[in-house]
Ligand binder design. Sequence first.
Ligand SMILES: Cc1cc2nc3c(=O)[nH]c(=O)nc-3n(C[C@H](O)[C@H](O)[C@H](O)COP(=O)(O)OP(=O)(O)OC[C@H]3O[C@@H](n4cnc5c(N)ncnc54)[C@H](O)[C@@H]3O)c2cc1C
Length: 231
Amino acid sequence: MATISKATVCEIKEYGKDTREYALKLDRNNYFEPGSFLLLTLEEKDDYTKWPESRNFSIASIYGKDAMIRLVIRKTGAYTTRIFNELAVGKTCTVKYAFGDFLLPFYDAKSPVCCIAGGTGIAPVLSFAEELKKNGQESRLHVYYSFKNSEENIGVDVLKGIVPGSQLHLYSTREQLSGVNCRRIEKNDILDSGLDFESSHFYICGSEAFTACFKELLLGEDVRNIYTDEW
Ligand SMILES: Cc1cc2nc3c(=O)[nH]c(=O)nc-3n(C[C@H](O)[C@H](O)[C@H](O)COP(=O)(O)OP(=O)(O)OC[C@H]3O[C@@H](n4cnc5c(N)ncnc54)[C@H](O)[C@@H]3O)c2cc1C
């Protein structure tokens, strides 16, 4: 059964004017798999009767005894605007977790894990990176991450500390930045990656158009292990 917990905002990091990383402390701390998502409501809720209006967010961190979780939230509509307005440091919300099947392959602890992420789609990748590092398996991780500019480069510092240098591919679409490809991720970036398409696991996360583009590409290469999450 999913866990319902009060969550208190401990820290907020701004990434430009429309994206934030929230660090939340859970009252009820149960295990969740890296890559899971939760439901967040601004209402107080303590029981399993009708769940109030909420939105889904990927958990950008892994389970820990400190009961802390991180979410990356982009303000795109009415409810995320409410979250930005109402969820200040010290305030509480309610979360129900954990859900989803955008998870690491538990049956395969050896093959490469290649993540292709756009914008807030980096959230589950940050949780994969933390998990692989915890298990001493960060050499399996390859990341292709596209963001707009230096303000919105969510988690780049974390990724730089985990992903082997030659396996971290960064793309900024709206600003020239040193050490970053100043363009979108192109199909050939993936085709020329040198990854074994038969054994590698490909995780694609971003907008619907973004995930559809790379999914189609990989299907055309007869890739077997493709997982997508889009919003
Ligand atoms: C699995 C998953 C993971 C996600 N992870 C992230 C993430 O990490 N970061 C991030 O920024 N976004 C994430 N999203 C998207 C997020 O859940 C919101 O859909 C998005 O932020 C839309 O913004 P909004 O709610 O402000 O827009 P709104 O305009 O308020 O609503 C957008 C959509 O929400 C749905 N909706 C409308 N009313 C209701 C209601 N009463 N109850 C329930 N749903 C309703 C409708 O589909 C609507 O089109 C994720 C979505 C999914 C499905």
